[in-house]
Design a protein around this ligand. Structure first.
Ligand SMILES: [Zn+2]
Length: 108
């Protein structure tokens, strides 16, 4: 699904991931799936039984789409694994960026 930093669903999913303390690690060695503009993360399941989901972050020209291998992700729902991968990929705006946007909207 498309990553939208203004969609509160992504923040909610990220905060679920943070409160459950699940871990994400970026795949750094080349695999078949990995190609230009695609980052692959392994994200721990909240069951903490050693299982992981594969999250692909596709950096497009004007949009970023994220694909997670979990059940929700397969149904194109925003999930905590995808949100955590987005966070590690630096896609969430910082608090400062959000504040500046808010001020600009008030001024405009
Ligand atoms: Zn997922």
């Amino acid at each position: 699904m498309k990553f939208d930093p203004r969609d509160v669903k992504w923040f909610a999913a990220l905060s679920r991931a943070a409160s459950e303390g699940i871990q994400a690690s970026k795949l750094l060695f080349p695999i078949e799936r990995q190609k230009d503009g695609v980052e692959v993360y392994l994200v721990e399941s909240s069951r903490k039984d050693g299982s992981v989901y594969i999250v692909e972050v596709h950096h497009g020209h004007d949009a970023t789409s994220i694909v997670c291998s979990c059940k929700g992700g397969q149904q194109r729902r925003v999930c905590k694994h995808a949100a955590l991968a987005a966070f590690h990929a630096g896609l969430f705006p910082t608090a400062r960026e959000l504040f500046v946007e808010e001020v600009e909207e008030k001024v405009a």
